[in-house]
Each structure stands twice: as C-alpha cells, then as structure tokens.
Design a protein around this ligand. Structure first.
Ligand code: BES
Ligand code: ZN
Ligand code: ZN
Length: 498
C-alpha cells in the first residue's frame, strides 16, 4: 500500500514529525506527564487551547495549530466527546477526519499519541486496530487513470503510532494485522473502481490468478466452453450476449487439513446494462460496481493467506457482463440451471441471481460446511436499509448469528431479513419450476434470497446483499466516494472466528 504505518515507543516529547495528534475526552481534559513535557516545549499551546476554550474535545472537533521552530510543525487536538458515549464508530470517524484534514494541509507524515485514546469502554487492541484501519482507509485515493497535475495530488506517506514501551510488540502485531485488512479493502476498492472496458471477466480472473500465485493459493478457472459444458444455462444466458466472455474462478486456502471448507461466492458482473430490459441511464451509471462481491472475495482470500486463520476457505468469483445483443436472454425464456431446476426469466436485469444460482449449486461439490454469498443483488437493499448497511438472509440461524457477531466487531453493519415460506408463493411459475422474480417489486431483496435458497439444498448458507453498501455516492469518514470495499472486514472477522 502506498501509505506506511509504523509503531514507535519513543517519548512523545522527543518525536520529530510533520504533526502530532493527541486525543481528549470532553470530560477528561487533563494532560499527563508526557504531554505536559511536550506542551512546555510548545509554549503551552495545548494548555492554552484548553483553558481558553478554543478546544473543548467535543465529538468531531479537530483543532490544528502550526508551530514555529519546533521539531514538529503542527499539533492536532482531536475531540472524542464524552467518554461514556464514546464508541469505535466515532473513533474511526475522528481519526478519518483528522487524516484527511492533515492531508489537505499538505502534511506528509504525522504521529498519533495512542495513550490519549485509552478509555474505559474498549480494550487497547480494539482501538489500536480501528485507528490503524481508519488512517489507511480514509486516505485511499483512486488516481490510476489521472495523467494531469499529478504533482498537485496531496498524499500522506507515513503515519507513526506512539505507544508505551511495554506495548510495543503487541501494538506492532495488531497494527500489522489491521493493515492486512486495510490493504485488502483498498485493493478491493481499486479493482471495483477499475472501469469496465478494462476490468472484463477475463481481466478479473487473471488478476485473481496473479493473487493466487503470489500468495500460494490454489487457483482454477472455468471458461465459456467449460461453463457451457457443465450445463450452467442460467449463468450462460446472462453472459452470452457480451463479447467479454465469462469466467468462473476458484481460489482455495487451506488453514485446517481436516475440516470441510467454507465457500464464499461473489457476484462478478463487470458491467450491468440490464440487458434487454435495459437500465435507464441514471441507473446504469456506476454499474461497474456490480462486480464488488467477486472483488471482495479475491482480497479476502489474499488476506487469509497472510493472516492464516485455522479454517479452509474456497473463494469463487462468478464473472460475466450483462450486455445487449441479438442473442441476449429475454423475459419468458426458460432455462435449465446447473442444479436441474428450471427457471422462468421475468426480467433480464435480475441477472445476479441467475449467475449465482449456478455458482451456488456448483459450490456444493466442495462439500462445504457453509456457503456465504456476497452480491450487489438488489437496488431494493437501498430502499430498505440505505447505503451503510446490508441485508443478510439465509437458511441457518447459527451461521447468520456468527456473521452478525463479526458485523459488530468489524463495524460493517448487516441486518437480517426473513426468508419466510410465505414468500415462496411469489416465485411460483406457470411454465417452469420457479421464476427468478415476482412480477411486482414487493420485497425485492427478500425475493432475491428466496430464489437463491433453492440452489444450496440443505447446506448452511447466508446471502449478503451489498446493493446499497458497495458504492458511496458521497465521501464520508473512512469511505471515499466510489467503491467502499464493504464486506471484506466483515467476512475476515467472520472467518477468523471459526
Ligand atoms: N446490480 C443490480 C442491483 C443494484 C442496483 C446494485 C443498484 C447496486 C445499485 C441488479 O442486477 C439489478 O439490476 N437488480 C434489479 C432487480 C429488479 C429487476 C428486480 C433492481 O434492483 O432494480
Ligand atoms: Zn441487473
Ligand atoms: Zn446486477
């Protein structure tokens, strides 16, 4: 990654850097001995800010002051609000806003005084992890395709976290792990943000192959003729109208010799025009993000190779482009899925569930102990939960609960939707076994789940619909505008708890 995060146990008063950031709780505005010492070298800049109420340490408050003739050029005071009301979301927001503010000031490197974040609600590990991730995630920029004024792009090269000597080893380990997460998220964002004329199914499959080679993961890929030969008619129906031919890739990580694997399946539509039922222009924009699930899976697998959780994981990416052509699939078509179930097509823009149906059925051949799919499946996910949380549903409460637990730890929010039998009625077909959609738009995200459920048999399965969370229209906190990389931290925390 192009930002380095290091740990030091040097005394804060000795640090030389572009800026030192120190946090305060509103109801605990005192300086410890080390800060006192630093402050006296700064002509009491901190004390004065506090006594003159220029800084009150309220949530969202960041006060920066330039200093003259010092080994540090600037001091940043961060407000964390009331200690009782403090939480890790607020922490990530504060550190993200700090990082972006210092970058805007064209500071190249800064140090964070970790001790000032210590609080009674969270352990050292938790706040150090979140601080590290917030720095690395908030400073993400996608500039690969810019050719002009590159020298005007401001960039922070290095951030140092100042810890107590006794915590040095522990802190180094936690920060390294947190950086593996952040790197996985940022690389996921990069791949999703890569435009669809470049990031074709073949490109993403080759990218995954390269990740496998570098990290010692097993790699397999199915091309168009193999997908066709296997009888994946639902997948091929979606894929065949594009000149960019489909690929299904499989990455395998072994962290436990005897256990059945957990299979992750990612939707990988490198572009979703809607097909014959073409999307209107304003809905088609940004549909390069329809490959988000598969991009997440690739980097979750890479992070597994680095973090080495004691679990076997198989990651599948189902790549295709939903295009328009004379041979495009149409409403009223009936297709035989890989599982044997026949499917009546209602709307060509509900293509995600078609490719996933075949990939989920295929994943059963690995005899998995659980399957988790992650997919930008429905716009209805936005209607229901907005842009920061994802619907989760499935056929196994235990599996869903363990993902919910990972959600609390990772701060990537999921909310369970029901897959009640009553919904089954809505996908009954007159001509085929089932249809992939109800004719109304009622319960859009749930209907997606109800359809997919048919293809996993009795295997514990969960479906995470990132239709809302994969893409940010607006920059906020540690999420830049564009691809968010949602699901990477969530599923890594899930896998590491197995
Ligand atoms: N890729 C879209 C879902 C989507 C929409 C993701 C907006 C992110 C933002 C999916 O393939 C799709 O088009 N779904 C349709 C389903 C409909 C035809 C039942 C939708 O959500 O409108
Ligand atoms: Zn679609
Ligand atoms: Zn789609």
């Amino acid at each position: 990654m192009n930002i380095k995060i290091g740990i030091t146990s040097e005394n804060i008063a000795e640090i030389k850097d572009g800026c030192i950031a120190i946090a305060f709780f509103e109801d605990r505005l005192n300086l410890n001995k080390d800060i006192e010492k630093l402050d006296s070298a700064l002509d009491d800049a901190i004390k004065n800010s506090i006594t003159n109420k220029l800084f009150r340490a309220q949530t969202d408050e960041i006060k920066t002051s330039y200093l003259k003739n010092q080994g540090i050029k600037c001091i940043a005071l961060i407000g964390l609000g009331k200690e009782k009301e403090f939480n890790l979301n607020k922490l990530m927001d504060s550190v993200s806003n700090l990082s972006k503010k210092l970058r805007a000031m064209d500071i190249k490197s800064f140090s964070i005084y970790l001790d000032s974040f210590s609080n009674r609600n969270f352990e050292f590990n938790a706040y150090l992890e979140k601080i590290t991730q917030a720095v690395a995630l908030s400073l993400y920029q996608f500039t690969k395709f810019k050719t002009k004024d590159l020298d005007k792009i401001k960039k922070i090269d290095e951030v140092t976290i100042i810890v107590d000597k006794n915590n040095y080893d522990k802190a180094s380990r936690i920060a390294d792990e947190a950086m593996i997460y952040a790197e996985a998220v940022n690389k996921t964002r990069d791949l999703i943000n890569t435009p669809p004329n470049i990031a074709t199914p073949e490109y993403v499959a080759n990218y995954a192959k390269e990740i496998a080679r570098k990290n010692g993961l097993k790699f397999t890929v199915l091309d168009e003729s193999q997908i066709e030969k296997l009888g994946m008619e639902c997948y091929m129906a979606v894929a065949r109208a594009s000149v960019n031919k489909p690929r299904m890739f499989i990455l395998e990580y072994k962290g436990n010799n005897n256990e059945k694997p957990i299979v992750l399946v990612g939707k990988g539509l490198t572009y979703d025009t809607g097909g014959i039922n073409t999307k209107p222009a304003n809905y088609m924009a940004n549909m390069k993000d329809d490959k988000s699930g598969a991009c997440s899976v690739i980097h979750i697998m890479e992070a597994c190779a680095k973090l080495k959780p004691k679990v076997n994981v198989i990651g599948i990416g189902v790549m295709a482009e939903n295009a328009i052509s004379g041979n495009a699939y149409k409403p009223d078509d009936v297709l035989k899925s890989y599982s044997g179930i026949t499917v009546e097509v209602i709307h060509s823009d509900a293509e995600g569930r078609m490719v996933l149906a075949d990939a989920l059925a295929y994943s059963l051949k690995f005899n998995p102990k659980a399957i988790v799919d992650i997919a930008t499946l429905t716009g209805a996910a936005i209607v229901a939960l907005g842009y920061f949380a994802s619907p989760i549903m499935g056929n196994d409460e235990k599996l869903i609960n363990s993902i919910k637990k990972a959600s609390e730890k990772s701060l990537e929010k999921v909310w369970q939707f029901p897959l009640w039998d009553e919904y089954e009625e809505l996908i009954k077909s007159d001509v085929a076994d089932i249809k992939h959609l109800n004719s109304d738009i009622d319960a859009g995200s749930i209907i997606g789940g109800i359809f997919l459920k048919h293809f996993v048999k009795d295997t514990p399965w969960a479906h995470i619909d990132i239709g809302g969370a994969a893409w940010a229209k607006q920059e906020k906190s540690y999420k830049p505008k564009g691809a968010t990389g949602f699901g990477v931290r969530l599923l890594l925390d899930f896998l590491r708890e197995q």
